[in-house]
Design a protein around this ligand. Structure first.
Ligand SMILES: Cc1cc2nc3c(=O)[nH]c(=O)nc-3n(C[C@H](O)[C@H](O)[C@H](O)COP(=O)(O)OP(=O)(O)OC[C@H]3O[C@@H](n4cnc5c(N)ncnc54)[C@H](O)[C@@H]3O)c2cc1C
Length: 453
């Protein structure tokens, strides 16, 4: 196993800087056991790291041990409806391997860099299909992990359904996962359409989209009070043959959206001119998505994007809160008002469209954000900077006041009060289980110590 000492490492885009005493890169479960039991060579907190694409600071404390899981990256075996992989395999690599066998994951997320260990234990999602889940971990049927006291364990859905529910929300606090089994299905062509709507029409049409069985994702343009909906549906009648529709969309996310918005910012300091330029940019974007990204037979795998490390200035950052479907459309209106008022007060406006996902009720993971019923999220997005971070602190308050539910790894700057409000007794339940599993706090870092206390 590779071991480095006193290294400085950042999250994928440089937002978070970590200075662990040790970075260990295990190549086997035995290496992880060694890390877990040798408290002198590998000081606490011991925190597993995947690709470090979480937008919150979840990969450990300065002076502790970071366990880089990316060298454990073998795809181990397939059955007709599952695949078992080592925890460091990334989703895009897995999706390509599944494609070769005529298979696909149930949830095709936008991000492809996520490691399967992170997917099994932290939240990763996309809009859900009728009768399906939006959170990938809900399709994880078994994990093998090294417990905080250095034991090897298998936990699976058949024998330990309650434990699986906890593991799917464990964020590396109950052990380091080294193997993951995920449910998969035969590849089915995916039809996709985009429609540009006013907020009123989104409110009116959403129940119709649901009734017709579409998975609904949306881009929100708060400064012009519009929404671009992305509707997806399996199309078993057709053979998939279109990849480029998704490639065009993905290039916007990865590159052109951030690049154009930063070019606008560099080209004009005048807020009025900038607002006009943003308006034109996003109008053209909506038209392009409506007219270009439409097909009845796309490859589902092609939706998945590779966001490589060190993207430079052209990066895409976001934060996430979900709301119960019942009151969502009022909150969406209030969100647009909030963004406009915030701009008037501070001069700051988010420079990329916000996004959101509709997902069905899901109680497979303890910290599922649709535990109590179906939800829709509002995820502001930006190219980053200190003003963005200040905006997020205010946004967290806005959401918490409206009973929003965040994600520990995708909602930066959470406070203890905000997570307590969102998760209530589930938080205490998890804290008690964690304490029992890890009485010496070997895996507990300051981020989770604060939020779980
Ligand atoms: C540009 C961009 C786009 C994104 N798009 C999406 C999207 O479409 N949908 C979505 O849901 N999210 C998205 N995200 C968020 C991100 O992908 C998720 O937060 C994901 O969980 C990060 O995976 P990772 O491998 O980078 O894990 P990390 O960020 O390294 O870790 C996440 C958590 O998992 C724990 N962990 C990691 N490996 C293990 C292991 N082997 N055993 C136990 N615990 C472990 C870590 O300790 C940490 O708590 C996006 C992020 C970015 C930056």
């Amino acid at each position: 196993m590779d071991i480095k000492r006193d290294v400085t490492i950042t999250s994928w885009d440089g937002t978070w800087t970590y200075k662990p005493k040790v970075i260990a890169t295990p190549e086997s479960a035995e290496d992880i056991v060694e890390i877990m039991v040798d408290e002198v060579r590998f000081p606490a907190p011991v925190r597993p790291a995947g690709s470090m694409h979480s937008t919150a600071r979840v990969n450990g404390d300065d002076g502790g041990t970071m366990v880089d899981m990316k060298a454990m990256n073998r795809i181990l075996h397939f059955t007709g409806d599952t695949v078992t992989v080592e925890a460091g395999v990334t989703y895009i690599v897995l999706a390509n391997a599944l494609k070769e066998r005529g298979l696909q994951p149930y949830v095709t997320t936008e991000i492809g860099n996520v490691t399967l260990g992170a997917m099994a234990t932290a939240a990763t999602k996309d809009s859900s299909f009728v009768g399906g889940f939006g959170q990938v971990s809900s399709y994880v049927t078994a994990v093998r992990l090294v417990t905080p006291d250095g034991k090897l364990r298998e936990i699976n859905e058949r024998d330990h359904p309650k434990e699986m529910q906890i593991i799917r929300s464990s964020y590396g606090l109950l052990g380091i996962v080294y193997e993951v089994t995920l449910k998969v299905k035969p590849t089915t062509a995916l039809s996709v359409r985009h429609y540009s709507l006013s907020l009123e029409n989104f409110r009116r049409y959403f129940p119709i989209y649901k009734a017709r069985g579409f998975a609904v994702m949306y881009y929100i343009f708060p400064y012009v009070r519009r929404v671009l909906v992305e509707l997806r549906k399996d199309n078993p009648e057709a053979q998939p043959n279109s990849r480029y529709r998704w490639v065009y969309r993905n290039r916007f996310w990865r590159k052109y959206g951030p690049a154009v918005t930063l070019w606008i910012q560099r080209s004009t300091k005048n807020p009025k001119l900038r607002a006009i330029a943003d308006k034109i940019h996003f109008f053209l974007l909506r038209q392009a998505l409506v007219f270009v990204v439409r097909s009845d037979r796309t490859w589902p795998h092609a939706q998945i994007i590779n966001y490589p490390r060190d993207p430079g200035a052209n990066k895409y950052l976001f934060s996430m809160w979900a709301f119960r479907e019942g009151g969502f459309f009022d909150i969406l209106e209030e969100y647009c008002n909030f963004c406009l008022a915030y701009e008037r007060q501070t001069g700051y406006r988010c420079d990329l469209p916000s996004v959101g996902y509709a997902i069905g009720r899901d109680v497979e993971a303890l910290f599922s954000y649709s535990w109590e019923g179906p939800t829709l999220s509002i995820d502001p997005a930006s190219t980053g900077g200190p003003e963005w971070e200040e905006f997020l602190r205010h946004y967290n308050e806005f959401c918490s006041e409206r009973r929003g539910v965040p994600l520990f790894n995708q909602t930066p700057f959470l406070t203890r009060e905000q997570v307590r409000r969102a998760f209530g007794p589930r938080l205490q339940h998890f804290a008690a289980i964690r304490k029992q599993a890890d009485p010496k706090d070997r895996l507990l870092d300051s981020y989770f110590r604060e939020l779980l206390s």
